[in-house]
Ligand binder design. Structure first.
Ligand code: HPA
Length: 276
């Protein structure tokens, strides 16, 4: 059970520690998913704080995640970048998974770009495609807002009917067109993982309207919306989901595909930081 006083105090400690380390007030946060960490290299006047140094921050364990909060400027705009995120499948609870979003909220962040690696369910997608998230389906069996509501952070029953900001999506689609990327959108289904899905689960997800599947993003997006942030979500299709092609899924394939499109991805996010 989330205890209001404890949680607020932890948040304040984390925020105050960061404020002592960096004299910046970014309004935009970026979460870099598996294999997509290279964007952090674009950040100038960089100040990186390892997660392990921030009070009450969980630490990231999965391969491909550096585990640090990077502050700095991209094209003159102040940003805070999560290089590596906390996954529900690692064993963290939903409050831990979303703690960094709350800290960003405390630091004055009002917009969030969330990225992930995902399996493609929609047969129009191909490995290597970047897809804008237009909506999500929470299949994780939990919700980060369960428990007492901290009204200082947001409302008890937040509206998610436009969880992925329409205006931002439209801007992102224009950028995709300009960059020669196919301007595609889809619905992201979040599973708890860590096992990949079965072909039957993928057929089910397809039937209920999902275009891609992953093991992250939804908790952070729920909390960001609760905290009044505007959100843009991008999935990198690293593989076709289970049963779509006659081949096995592997984390190696996921990381390889992410690596292959990393340059495109980095330019895309850089342009987003300019226009959002
Ligand atoms: N399923 C779930 N999560 C994923 C996948 C997948 O196929 N690919 C990358 N993350």
């Amino acid at each position: 059970m989330i205890k209001e006083k404890d949680f607020s105090a932890k948040l304040a400690e984390a925020r105050d520690y960061i404020k002592e380390c960096v004299r910046m007030s970014p309004d935009l946060g970026v979460i870099l998913g598996s294999g997509l960490g290279a964007f952090a290299e674009l950040v100038l006047e960089k100040q990186a704080i390892p997660y392990k140094d921030i009070p009450h921050f969980p630490t990231s364990t999965v391969e491909g995640h550096a585990g640090q909060l990077v502050f700095g400027k991209v094209d003159g705009r102040q940003v805070v970048v999560m290089q590596g995120r906390f996954h529900f499948y690692e064993g963290y609870n939903m409050h831990d998974v979303t703690f960094p979003i709350r800290v960003m909220q405390g630091l004055g962040v009002t917009g969030l770009v969330v990225t992930n690696a995902a399996g493609g369910i929609n047969p129009d997608f191909q490995p290597g495609d970047l897809i804008l998230i237009k909506d999500h389906i929470n299949m994780m069996g939990d919700n980060p807002l369960r428990g007492a509501n901290l009204s200082s952070l947001g409302p008890r029953f937040p509206d998610l009917s436009a969880a992925y900001n329409l205006e931002w999506r439209q801007k992102a689609l224009v950028i995709m067109q300009n960059y020669g990327l196919r301007p595609q959108e889809g619905v992201y289904a979040a599973m708890s993982g860590p096992s990949y899905e079965t072909p039957a689960e993928i057929r089910y997800l397809r039937a209920i309207g999902a275009d891609m599947v992953g093991m992250s993003t939804v908790p952070e997006v729920i909390v960001a919306n609760h905290g009044g942030m505007q959100v843009l979500g991008i999935s990198c299709v690293t593989n076709m989901a289970a049963g779509i092609l006659a081949q096995k899924l592997s984390h190696v394939e996921v990381m390889e595909t992410a690596g292959r499109i990393e340059k495109q991805f980095v330019s895309f996010v850089q342009e987003l930081v300019r226009v959002l």
